[in-house]
Design a protein around this ligand. Structure first.
Ligand code: NAD
Length: 351
């Protein structure tokens, strides 16, 4: 018998091809009259959002930067004040979403997010931001975006390498939710569905990046995986990735891609029935080696070394990853994590 606490998050989700055309009515539904459009510097697809927003759009801020540095948030806040903004619309990956959340945290403004990666941040109440070189995380229902528009068309141009690593980032949410203390029959169903959508779609997108059906499966799977992340606490895998990204500057989704098979292999002996469920959803005999083989067949990345991690820093990363306790099915210590990180650094196949 499991004991759990489950919290559902109340975001409104609109999914399909071309749904960004509904952005104006969705913003108006939240009472918006003066919208700030937030994005990264590339401003990819912002013209479609401009068209959809029409006269509601009063300002743009294209300075979103990875890990939400507070100085960038201050700049965006100045634009909010200058233009008397009453609603935030963000387009992009977790970086653009993070900036919208950081501004919402300080203003209470409603958010409409148009995600173009599979990061899942748009359906969580969590914000990670950096100040003075330190990444901290906070969680509050006020951070949850009110509306998410998943437009498959806006993901067709996501480069293959970003598509692979971002989709594995989504897989990691589903995998860790399945052995979290909040796991329940709803999480099981949603996480297995996410894995079942993402795993077969990945090789198709790697071969044909503009395949609309496979892109739709990745995006719907990413949404489901994001809802797992929102409802369930994450374990060892996310802790390691948080340390490697926050303290050693490694890129978010590639780090998830390298670490996931290793963290899964580490936890496998403690939760064999969870691993059997993941393997069944993937259609493979064994979850950790199945993940390693999937990622390897897609061209990786498979080693921390290729992400720029210095071998000399592995011991400190292992120490930081055990510095504060977190739920994980298998107990961790610095020696065990040092060995795990060394395997991941070399790119050794787990299992
Ligand atoms: P990202 O948003 O930085 O995007 C990665 C790259 O992809 C960027 O260069 C971006 O310009 C590019 N890109 C995005 N969409 C594109 C498209 N359609 N076509 C071409 N290029 C495109 O990376 P990410 O992995 O989406 O998000 C990572 C950030 O999100 C991290 O800061 C992480 O901490 C945060 N995050 C937060 C949560 C949460 O719940 N708070 C969850 C997941 C991730």
């Amino acid at each position: 018998m499991r004991t759990f606490v489950h919290t559902s998050t109340p975001s409104r989700v609109i999914f399909g091809a071309g749904v960004v055309g509904r952005l104006g009515e969705e913003a108006a539904r939240l009472g918006a009259r003066r919208v700030l459009l937030v994005s990264g510097p590339s401003r990819r697809s912002t013209d479609r959002l401009r068209d959809a927003l029409g006269p509601l759009l009063v300002a743009e801020f294209a300075g979103a930067t990875m890990h939400a540095p507070v100085e960038i948030t201050e700049q965006a806040l100045a634009v909010v004040r200058e233009h008397d903004v009453d609603c935030l619309v963000a387009i992009g990956g977790g970086t653009a979403t993070g900036l919208a959340k950081a501004v919402a945290a300080r203003t209470g403004l409603p958010q409409v997010i148009v995600p173009t990666t599979y990061a899942g941040s748009e359906v969580t109440s969590v914000l990670g931001e950096t100040a003075d070189g330190r990444k901290t995380t906070r969680s509050s229902p006020d951070l949850l975006p009110e509306t998410v528009l998943y437009d498959v068309d806006l993901t067709l141009g996501l480069p293959v390498d970003l598509s692979i690593t971002s989709a594995v980032n989504a897989l990691a949410h589903a995998v860790e939710a399945l052995y979290s203390p909040q796991a329940n029959v709803l999480i099981d169903a949603v996480a297995h569905a996410a894995i079942g959508l993402i795993v077969p779609a990945l090789p198709v997108v790697a071969e044909e990046p503009a395949d609309g059906a496979a892109r739709a499966d990745l995006l719907e799977g990413a949404w489901l995986a994001g809802t797992c992340l929102a409802a369930a606490g994450m374990g060892l895998h996310h802790k390691l990735c948080h340390v490697l990204g926050g303290s050693f500057g490694l890129s978010h989704a590639p780090t998830h891609t390298v670490v996931l098979p290793h963290a899964t292999a580490f936890n496998a002996p403690a939760v064999p029935e969870v691993m059997a469920g993941i393997a069944a959803a993937m259609g493979v005999p064994d979850a950790p080696s199945g993940l390693a083989d999937l990622i390897g067949s897609l061209g990786g990345p498979t080693s921390l070394r290729e992400l720029g991690m210095a071998e000399v820093d592995l011991r400190e990363a292992a120490r930081l990853a055990v510095a504060t306790p977190y739920p994980n099915p298998r107990p961790v210590d610095a020696e065990l994590l040092d060995a795990l990180l060394r395997d991941a650094w070399h790119g050794r196949r787990p299992g």
